[in-house]
Every structure is written in C-alpha cells, then in structure tokens.
Design a protein. Structure first.
Ligand code: GLC
Length: 709
C-alpha cells in the first residue's frame, strides 16, 4: 500500500469506505432528477450515497464518461475517482466473432490480437475494466452462455484465457492508459449448471472442479488479470459469492489471486434467494468474509454502513477491501488522471481498416466447414446462386454481448456476396412461394443462410431443444425438392442438433456469430479466396438426449471398444435408442485442400518427469491450393490414481501450407501438462505408460506410446 493510499484511507469515514465497495449501473448517474427520482429513490439511496460509490457499470463514450466523472469529483469529498467497468467481451465498436467462435480458430495469437484491439477501443471510450474473459468450461449447449466461453477442453480454455488477458492488458500486469484491465469470470464452475438451465444448481466435486474447471481461471490470473468476478452458482452447497472455501482457500490462497474480487450482478443479494442468508446484512457479511471487495448492484454492503454493530474483524475486512480498491485505482493512474485513456476523438480509434480486417480474418479462421459433399465449395464467382434464409439479408451477425456494436454498420451476407459474385438471386420469403421455387430452379447452387437469433444465445437463454426452428427446417425440405446443390451457412452461438440440416445440405459451413465483417469473411470462404480455418471447440451432439456430451469423458468400467462387438453386447456404457457418437466431434473441421499426416514419432520412448516430448509428424498438402490445418496432440494415461479421460488435448499447432507442400512439424509437449488432480486433491504427474495421438480431430490420429519413469 502506498503512502498516498494509506493517508487517504485514514481520512475516510466508514460510509465512504463502504461506498468504495459498491458498484452501481450507469442509470444511477444519469444527470438531473432522473437519478434522484428514478433508480436512487427506488433503491432508497441518497445523493450522498451516490457520491461515495466506488465504480459504475455499463457506461462509456467521451461525453458520458467526462460528464459523470467530472460531476462525481465535484461532489466527492475526498475526490476519489470512479472506476468505469463494462462488458467488452468480443469487441467494443469493432465486433469480433463470439468467443466460442474465436476458440474454434485454435489460434491464441489471433485471440490476443483481437483482445488487444477491442481493449484499445474500449479504453478510448473511457472504460477502465472489462468483464472478460469468461473462462467457464462448458459442456452443455442447452446453456446459452456457451457462446461466451472457450469450449469444452481445459487446455484450449487455459491457452485462450491467457491470450485474452495478455491482449486485453497489452501484455502488462497493469494496463496502460490505452488498454483496459481484465476481470476474469465467473468464479467458479458456472458452466456446469445442471440441465444447462440458467442460474441453476452446480454440483461438481472439488476433485473435478480442480481437475477440469479451474485451469482457465488459473491461466487468466497467472497472465495478470487484476480482477475476478464471482459466479451466481453454488459450489458444494454454498453460493460462490459467499463461499469462504472457494474464495479464500482456493482463489486467493491456492491460485494466488491478490486482486479485486467483484460480485456478479446482485449475486450478494441473491444469497437470500439461495436460502443461505436471512437478509442483506447477513449476505453482506458472508460475502465480506469470503473476500468479495465490490458489491455489484445488490446494495448489500451499503447496509453495513452503520458500523456500530460490526465486529472489529469485519471492520478490518472492510479496510482490506478498500485498500485493494484504492491500490488498484492508483495503479491505473486514476488519481493522477481520472480521465485516463479517454480520447476526445475515440471514434478515430474505432472501426479502423486494420481493426475491421482483423475482425474479418478472425471470422475466416473461426468458421468451421462441417460438410462439403463432392467438393461443392468453393464456388465460381459467376456461379448462379439462389440466396435464401433468415440470415440472407440480416445484419445481426454480431451476437450477444456486442454492447456498442451496431448492426447498422454490419454488412449483410447478401450485400457482401453481391459485391463479389456476379449472379446472385436473393429471395426474401422464409416460406418459398411458387415464383421463388421457379427462380431457384434456374440457379446452379442454393445458399441457405439459417440460424438462431442473437437473442437466443448469451445470458438467460437456456433452451431444452437447441436446434433450428421448424420454419427453417421446412424451408430446407422445400429446397430438397428442387434437386439443386445446397450450401447451408449456419449462424449460431451454441452447438445445435443439426441432423436434418446435415442430411439436406451438400455443404454445411458453421459461421457462428461472426462479427462486424462476418459477411465479407463468408464471401472469401465461398469464393475459395480463404479456407475456413476453424475446428470445433465444443462437441455437436447427434441427439439432445446425449447431452452433456464431450470428447474428454472418462472411460467407465464398460467402455465401447469401437468395433462390431459393441453392437452385440448390451452391457456397455451406451444407449438402446441412440449411438454414443456425436454428430461432429471436438477438434473437427474440414478444409478445401486434402492434407494427411504421416510418420509421427517421439524423440524418445522413455521420459523423466521434467522432460518435454518432441512430437514429430509429417504433414502433406496433396492439393494444388493452399491449406490450413490444426494439428492436435492428445494424451492418454493408461493407468491413473483416479480415472482419466479417454483422451486429453495437450498441444496443438495451426499450420498453413503452400500447394503440394510437405513439411515436418515438431511440437514441444512439456510433460508437466500431464499432471492431474489425485484423489487427495493434489496435482501430480504419474510415472507409467501413456499413449499419444496426433491428428486433425479428437477421434482420429497416429498413435505412439511412451513411458514416464
Ligand atoms: C451479468 C453477467 C456478467 C456480466 C454482469 C455485468 O449478469 O452474469 O457476466 O459481466 O452481469 O453486466
């Protein structure tokens, strides 16, 4: 603690300290009576309360930030500047593909670059902290927030969590004025809500939390995230936000987090609804003991303001929280310049050609080609295309959590295709009329752009049936009658059950919510100027009944063998009405070029625990066009102290090959990555026999064996 902060704290009243620990949304700071008669009155707060608050949520823009900060400092007795925090999750004004799409790029450098760009745009807009990255491990597409996540694999999640924080903070532990600070969320295990139902119970064992869910948060904290946000859910029967063991023992002591802990929206107050706090006072005390520094919007900490009944221990915890808050404000330079980063002409930083080009490239690298029968794609530019579907001319390609993004600035697929293809016939009707069908019969290819709306993924969008609506499936059935090649472009924020789509499409391209330049990216892909570079970061199930379905599952005592005998033996871990296989597995994705792997080998057969494995493999591009591939390395521990996943991703490398190029690839795999949580909850690397698999997805690949002694 600096002398400055120390002296400041010594001058503060208890009410001022509690104020610093409270965050209110921007509408409380609306100018004039709106604030006094509106939210303040409803929350039974005074103007004095307002001008003691420490941070504001969801405000940005030169005028707004300047006005609120200026007015606040006039009223604040000790002139402690407000912190401005907001959800800049995959873009500020330039919107990148949703995080689940960026995860499909398997490209940490791309994620780092995208994060750096949206951090710069947000900082120029006066934001100090972004509530990102979200690193909740996700395995259930019924949960709409999978769109914000990095998918189902702990290693991919941790690699991208690291890259996100590095990009957001400009590779600094404390961001400079041109970058914002990262607030990693939601601690912990929010992605494991039962039945994929939003805000539902989470009941994972501490062993599983540590073994599979914590790596993303750990990576973000190790990369320097100075803030963490609590999760809405419970852990071991206690709401995370008031969970001493989760927050003090695991987050702060074991993961080494010393930064600011902020609750999610009203999460402290929600302990009453959870039934573990009788009232706001009790909830506030539980959160305070758990180490929550900032109360977002529940006003619980404000209830502690009359401290004559608070124990000295709680008063001391308040001082510790205020110290962390003021230290953070000082580290951002806010006392020296409360308008840090705020650029008068922020607009010149936004939506620049460079930013938009990267957003477009990100959409290319995130798109996943799931089917391409008879190499229908790419298409010739003079190909006669019938363009149909609810996304053919819909600018809402930004997805949820694209706060300052504007669909009015987002080209539609129709406009982008018309700019490059010479014979596009676009049909508006979602139910094709006779004339529409006649027109489509004259085309060479039909491109159907279908998908859920942006409001059908993100927070509070759980679905029991994650699949396309009947009217879109009906459209596909109409198209099938035409006996024309159909390219289906899928816009979605979550895995869907695709079966009818797959059957009625010759080519199927998953575009996700591709962001500000997604339409242009699609055009490049359809023309063959770029190969779709994505691979699935999350399994696509065959059937809703298989959910949750993920590749890195445990073997069970009666695993499938993968051969014919599985069909004859009913006493196996399987269903009687559906296969175990997904529609599309983790890591899957096609390219236009034909590539193969061969000659995989390891530098040794036996390793010491401190070694790294040098994995060597030859990749060949058999085509006369350039190729992209994601070489994936999976490990399998033959015998563990606990059960181990069938396969686990431990390394990956995205490669781009020239036509006909043959290249030897060497991938370094530190054996420390094979550590896992034993039943005593300690992380260890076991000696013993292992297998390694090098392939283009989680199901296929060249296998090697090795031993750790
Ligand atoms: C929301 C979300 C959280 C977000 C916060 C502020 O409820 O759970 O991810 O950052 O509130 O908008």
């Amino acid at each position: 603690m600096s002398q400055f902060v120390k002296e400041l704290i010594s001058k503060m009243t208890f009410a001022e300290k509690i104020g610093q620990m409270t965050q209110l949304s921007g509408d409380f700071f609306a100018s004039g009576n709106a604030a006094i008669t509106g939210p303040l009155q409803q929350a039974n707060l005074s103007q004095a309360d307002l001008y003691r608050v420490g941070s504001v949520l969801g405000v940005s823009g030169f005028e707004q930030v300047k006005k609120i900060q200026t007015n606040y400092l006039k009223q604040s007795r000790l002139k402690i500047p407000l912190l401005f925090m907001a959800d800049v999750v995959h873009g500020y004004r330039t919107i990148f593909p949703i995080p689940l799409a960026l995860a499909a790029s398997f490209d940490p450098q791309l994620v780092r670059q995208a994060s750096e760009i949206f951090s710069r745009e947000a900082a120029a807009g006066g934001v100090h902290v972004t509530f990102a990255p979200m690193v909740d491990l996700v395995r259930d597409p019924r949960w709409g927030r999978v769109m914000e996540a990095n998918g189902e694999d702990p290693f991919l999640n941790s690699q991208l969590a690291k890259a996100s924080v590095e990009g957001i903070q400009g590779l600094r532990s404390i961001p400079d004025a041109e970058h914002v600070a990262a607030c990693v969320k939601h601690f912990a295990g929010y992605g494991a809500v039962e039945a994929g139902r939003e805000y539902n119970t989470v009941d994972v064992s501490e062993w599983r939390l540590r073994d599979q869910y914590l790596s993303g948060y750990q990576a973000a904290i190790d990369a320097g995230a100075p803030l963490v946000m609590t999760a809405f859910n419970t852990f071991q029967g206690k709401p995370a936000t008031g969970n001493y063991h989760l927050m003090r023992d695991i987050l702060r002591r074991e993961l080494g987090f010393q930064g600011l802990l902020i609750s999610d929206w009203d999460a402290i107050g929600e302990m009453i609804a959870h039934g573990t706090a009788a009232d706001l006072q009790a909830a506030a005390q539980q959160a305070l003991k758990a180490g929550v520094d900032i109360d977002m919007m529940s006003m619980a900490y404000l209830k502690l303001a009359n401290h004559n009944h608070l124990s000295s221990n709680l008063v001391a915890l308040v001082d510790q929280a205020v110290e962390r808050i003021l230290n953070f404000k000082e580290s951002l330079g806010l006392f020296a310049d409360p308008f840090r980063g705020l650029a008068q002409r922020a607009e010149k930083q936004n939506l620049t050609t460079k930013n938009l080009q990267l957003a477009q490239q990100a959409a290319v690298e995130s798109a996943v080609l799931l089917k391409n029968k008879n190499d229908l794609l790419p298409l010739a530019k003079d190909c006669k295309i019938g363009l149909v579907g609810n996304y053919a001319d819909n600018p809402d390609l930004l997805g949820s959590w694209s706060w300052q993004g504007k669909t009015t600035e987002t080209p539609t697929i129709k406009s982008a295709l018309k700019a490059k293809f010479t014979k596009i016939s676009s049909i508006q009707n979602q139910q094709l009329q006779t004339a529409d069908l006649q027109l489509l019969k004259q085309q060479d290819v039909i491109v159907a752009c279908l998908g859920l709306s942006a409001q059908q993924s993100g927070e509070a969008t759980s679905m029991t049936q994650p699949q396309l609506p009947e009217e879109q499936l009906a459209l596909l059935r109409q198209l099938q009658q035409l006996n024309k090649p159909v390219v289906t472009v899928l816009i979605t924020g979550r895995p869907l059950v695709l079966d009818p789509l797959v059957k009625s499409s010759d080519s199927l391209l998953l575009l996700w919510f591709p962001g500000s330049r997604g339409a242009a990216a699609l055009t490049q892909i359809l023309l063959g100027e770029e190969e779709p570079g994505g691979r699935l970061p999350m399994t696509f199930p065959q059937d809703l009944g298989q959910i949750p379905l993920y590749y890195n599952h445990f073997r069970t005592g009666r695993p499938l063998t993968g051969n014919q005998s599985d069909l004859d033996n009913k006493y196996l871990s399987k269903y009687i009405d559906q296969v175990n296989q997904p529609a599309f597995c983790f890591g899957y994705g096609l390219g236009y070029a034909k590539t193969t792997l061969s000659e995989s080998q390891l530098d040794k057969e036996t390793y010491q625990a401190s070694d790294s494995i040098q994995v060597m493999v030859k990749i060949e591009n058999h085509s006369d066009i350039a190729a992209k591939q994601v070489i994936q390395v999976y490990s399998q521990q033959i015998v563990g102290e606990t059960v181990r996943p069938l396969w686990e991703l431990k390394a990956f490398q995205k490669v781009k090959l020239q036509p006909k190029e043959i290249r030897k690839i060497e991938i370094d795999l530190p054996l420390s990555r094979l550590k896992y949580i034993h039943s005593d909850l300690k992380s260890r690397l076991d000696p013993g026999n292992y297998r390694l698999k090098v392939g283009f997805d989680s199901q296929s690949g060249l296998r090697q064996s090795f031993k750790i002694i």
